[in-house]
Design a protein around this ligand. Structure first.
Ligand SMILES: Cc1cc2nc3c(=O)[nH]c(=O)nc-3n(C[C@H](O)[C@H](O)[C@H](O)COP(=O)(O)OP(=O)(O)OC[C@H]3O[C@@H](n4cnc5c(N)ncnc54)[C@H](O)[C@@H]3O)c2cc1C
Length: 400
């Protein structure tokens, strides 16, 4: 490939203790957590809406905080954010048994601790909370590079309507871009998902007075569970797209919108003549793109293991009774001392990726990453027991 050199002298347009790159659920949790730990926090978001896939991507199902047997396993910001997501009204509210004290046996019979939220209300509620707590948000701002000194990121390079400039980082950077962008810019080791992503085309429509989410390309099933429903709803005969390639992503969104249009026209032909789309996704609905290869690469072969550096517990949303603790060492890498990941780009193997990418897990890793970023600028040297006691004080359960 032809190469050119770019020689820019940049203004330092702002500074902060913790720079959170990406304002999806992981970034929201990281920013709140870092701010509550006393850091001055700048949240960079390339779109103009917080929430990422959960809001702009119309993924409005906050998967469970419980193990499916009636026991809650994820706490802290995961619980705060699920409640926030339905604060101003839900599509499907939290089951009543999770709103009050109930024995596990009753809860196990009454649905998992999950909710269906409204994307717009969750976005507005998150934005209000971030601002009320003093997080500074820069929308329309892409983190597009870094400057490093002595193994640490000293500046994040940004681009927005005001031009290209630098953010000075006093402490640490959280990569909550979903795609490990900041890891890539800083030379941290990353990898792409081996298979990529099936086409998804979720959209909301109104017809016959009903407001509905159509989950076209429903692919959230394990290999073992590939049922007829899965095959019927598989778009493009199961073609996979690599989510870390700009032109492939553009093709993905164009093909997704073509599916939405043909679905609308076919439903109208079948009798739903009044059907109108209400919202279509404004980001590619890709699940697994690029992630960190960190100190630890967490696999799905270690359920119920109490890692000594655990930062929280998550359940396997696909199977009842299966849970994992998440080690701190799968949030950061070997090369950049003050860079930590959160959300769907933490260091996991492909099978574990399908578990840790979901919304509650992104809140769990976001909370830990934000707190760590507020208290340290070298994660290898961080006293993990101190981090754990601060997480516990904030309601997080660390061990089984
Ligand atoms: C089709 C589909 C169905 C799913 N179903 C479910 C489900 O039912 N329930 C569930 O819990 N989960 C589900 N998921 C997974 C879940 O929605 C996401 O994995 C999760 O929301 C990811 O959160 P995140 O914060 O890690 O990343 P994202 O939501 O991707 O957020 C990243 C944010 O960073 C911003 N950003 C990216 N790069 C930059 C940059 N360089 N500079 C500045 N900003 C940047 C983006 O604009 C975005 O706002 C589904 C996902 C898909 C695609």
């Amino acid at each position: 490939m032809e190469k050119i050199s770019e020689n820019n002298i940049l203004d330092v347009s702002s500074e902060c203790d913790v720079c959170v790159c990406g304002g999806g659920v992981a970034g929201i949790a990281a920013a709140l957590s870092a701010k509550r730990a006393g850091a001055e926090v700048l949240l960079l978001e390339k779109s103009f809406l917080p929430g990422g896939l959960a809001t702009s991507g119309l993924v409005t199902i906050f998967l469970p905080l419980c193990d499916g047997l009636g026991n809650q396993v994820s706490f802290g910001l995961a619980e705060e954010l699920i409640k926030l997501s339905v604060k101003y009204g839900a599509e499907i509210d939290l089951p009543e048994v999770w709103k009050k004290d109930c024995p596990a046996s009753v809860r196990a019979q009454s649905g998992r601790y999950q909710a269906r939220f409204n994307a717009q209300l969750f976005a507005i509620a998150s934005e209000r909370l971030l601002l009320d707590e003093g997080v500074k948000i820069l929308y329309g701002t892409s983190a597009c590079g870094v400057s490093c000194r002595e193994g640490k990121i000293s500046h994040v390079i940004i681009e927005n309507k005001s031009g290209r400039s630098a953010v000075k980082v006093r402490k640490s950077v959280v990569d909550a871009t979903g795609d490990a962008d900041i890891c890539r810019f800083s030379g941290e080791t990353i990898r792409n998902h081996s298979k990529g992503n099936l086409l998804a085309a979720w959209y909301y429509y109104i017809s016959g007075g009903k407001y509905m989410l159509n989950m076209l390309g429903f692919a959230d099933v394990t290999d073992e569970k590939k049922t007829k429903e899965f095959s019927d709803n598989l778009l493009e005969n199961g073609r996979y797209y690599q989510g870390a390639d700009a032109s492939v992503l553009s093709e993905f969104v164009c093909n997704s919108r073509a599916k939405i249009l043909s679905d609308i026209l076919s439903r109208r032909q079948k009798g739903a003549e009044d059907l109108l789309p209400v919202t279509i996704p404004t980001v590619p609905q890709v699940r697994m793109t690029a992630c960190l290869v960190g100190k630890t690469v967490l696999g799905d072969d270690r359920p119920f293991e109490n890692f000594s550096d655990s930062i929280g517990i998550v359940s396997d949303w696909r199977k009842k009774g299966l849970c994992f603790s998440i080690p701190f060492s799968c949030l950061y890498g070997n090369n950049v001392k003050n860079l930590i990941t959160a959300g769907r780009c933490i260091s996991v193997n492909d099978r574990m990726w399908d578990i840790t990418r979901v919304i509650p897990d992104c809140a769990v890793t976001g909370q830990a990453a934000g707190l760590a970023a507020a208290i340290s600028s070298d994660f290898d040297l961080l006293d993990v027991t101190y981090l754990q006691s601060a997480l516990k004080e904030n309601g997080v359960k660390l061990f089984f």
